[in-house]
Write a protein that binds this ligand. Structure first.
Ligand code: MN
Ligand code: MN
Length: 461
């Protein structure tokens, strides 16, 4: 490259060409921890619970609004087991604002309906209602595991977990054999597998000694009753999710990629976690948000729109006699969510000059949304400048991201809800291939750079 080009042109850097041996090892070590977390954090509840176990090892304690709060304190609050907020209190007053990173820990999946169990032609099934944006054809004929909770009439809660243990059975949704799928194959992809056909096979053996109908259903209910003490009515107050039972694995012969379910957005969630775990005595208070319900619009008590966030931040501000609105006004937020990595097999949906690529680092997006940036936060030039400056000062390799060509489709995340709170916010996250599929791919280097990015944001002034 000529000197003038070098000076005037913007060029993105492949992380592999930049990292020295020591940092490559640090990236590998980080990704091992992330893969371990991802393997266990298969639902939002598990993601929150695993994060709390680790947080307590790093000295975090549950936030007691009646106890004193001082600089250096590490606190967390978990709302309904699904929204997790962590903070490390800074030496600066909260009046001067905080550094926030917000990721989500819910992922697309199949939820059980509230009256799920039925028998049809001597097979027992669970009815499902999918959660978030799935491509339905991807969820048939893959191994599934079940996780969730059942709230009993006596107020007790039972945890359900079948399929994660290698000795457990797994579950499946069937599909037609190609021999008889001529008519189905003529359907558009979006219609070939109707949502109401995503029924999970639960069993096939009729209960011995019983007569009449529903003997297979009874056999399944009996096993569930023996294992969990539940009856059919208890499903009405249950949240049970079917998620892919694939193991988290290294992918590619060079082991440069990570394959696993739910990387949207647990890849950013874990980057935030590891970064805040390692944050000690910051100047500005560091706040890590792991929110639920992003995939269905950030609504409800555990979603990013919820006042649960104001409640947590307000409790901290009260300790210092600071007005919450003033804290927000002076805060800075990174909305840490994944973006689509350019896929050379499907180049037609991306505009390559602006789309993120695997191995080019954490991806910053000024806007998301669809149809003329609609529904997007659209960060200001100054906010974009601030994040560039933070990354440049901390050796974070970053690239730019736009979710697909203009009018190709689009998407959004929690950034706008932080912006609506008068908090300057920018999107930055990890590029993913096959996002929302049962087996998503990320590049290790990008995962590592996302972690470095979050760490830099927490330490920034
Ligand atoms: Mn996401
Ligand atoms: Mn998503």
């Amino acid at each position: 490259m000529s000197e003038l080009k070098d000076k005037l042109f913007y060029k993105q850097k492949h992380v592999h060409d930049i990292l020295d041996e020591a940092e490559t090892a640090a990236s590998e070590a980080y990704c091992k921890k992330y893969m371990d977390y991802l393997q266990r954090a298969k639902t939002e509840r598990l993601a929150a619970a695993e994060a709390i176990v680790l947080a307590e090892k790093y000295g975090f304690r549950e936030f007691d609004r009646d106890a004193p709060l001082k600089a250096g304190d590490k606190i967390y609050r978990c709302v309904q087991g699904k929204l997790l907020l962590l903070a490390v209190v800074g030496t600066d007053s909260l009046e001067k604002g905080v550094n926030l990173c917000a990721a989500h820990i819910d992922s697309p999946r199949l939820d059980l309906k509230q009256i799920p169990l039925y028998e049809d032609h001597e097979l027992a099934y669970f009815k499902t209602h999918y959660y978030g944006g799935i491509r339905k054809y991807q969820w048939v004929t893959i191994p599934l595991e079940l996780h969730g909770v059942v709230s009993l009439a006596n107020g007790e809660t039972v945890t359900v977990n079948i399929g994660a243990d290698p000795g457990d059975p797994i579950f499946c949704v069937s599909d037609l054999l190609p021999h008889l799928a001529a008519k189905q194959s003529e359907q558009p992809l979006a219609k070939a597998i109707p949502g109401e056909k995503l029924n999970i096979i639960m069993g096939s053996l009729p209960l011995k000694g019983e007569e009449g109908s529903d003997r297979v259903k009874l056999g399944v209910m009996k096993l569930l009753n023996e294992k969990y003490g539940i009856t059919e009515e208890d499903f009405l107050s249950a949240e049970i999710e079917a998620v892919p039972a694939f193991p988290v694995r290294e992918a590619g012969i060079d082991r440069s990629l990570i394959a696993g379910y739910g990387q949207d957005d647990r890849v950013c969630a874990f980057a935030e976690l590891q970064a805040i775990y390692e944050t000690e005595n910051p100047v500005r208070t560091a706040v890590c948000i792991l929110t639920d319900k992003e995939e269905i619009g950030s609504v409800g008590v555990t979603g990013m729109i919820s006042e649960a966030f104001e409640c947590f931040m307000g409790d901290m501000c009260d300790k210092q006699g600071v007005k919450l609105a003033h804290c927000f006004e002076n805060s800075f937020c990174v909305s840490a969510d994944v973006t689509n990595a350019f896929d050379p097999t499907w180049p037609e949906v991306s505009e390559i000059r602006n789309n993120s690529k695997l191995n080019y680092g954490v991806a910053i997006a000024k806007f998301t949304g669809r149809g003329g940036k609609s529904g997007s936060n659209d960060a200001s030039a100054e906010t974009m400048g601030r994040i560039r400056k933070i990354f440049a000062a901390n050796g974070v390799t970053w690239q730019y991201a736009e979710l697909g060509r203009v009018d190709e489709g689009g998407g959004g995340t929690v950034a706008c809800y932080m912006g609506n709170r008068n908090i300057p916010t920018v999107d930055a996250g990890t590029p993913v291939l096959a996002m929302h599929s049962p087996y998503e791919l990320t590049a290790k280097y990008d995962c590592y750079m996302t972690y470095k990015a979050m760490k830099a944001v927490y330490a920034s002034r």
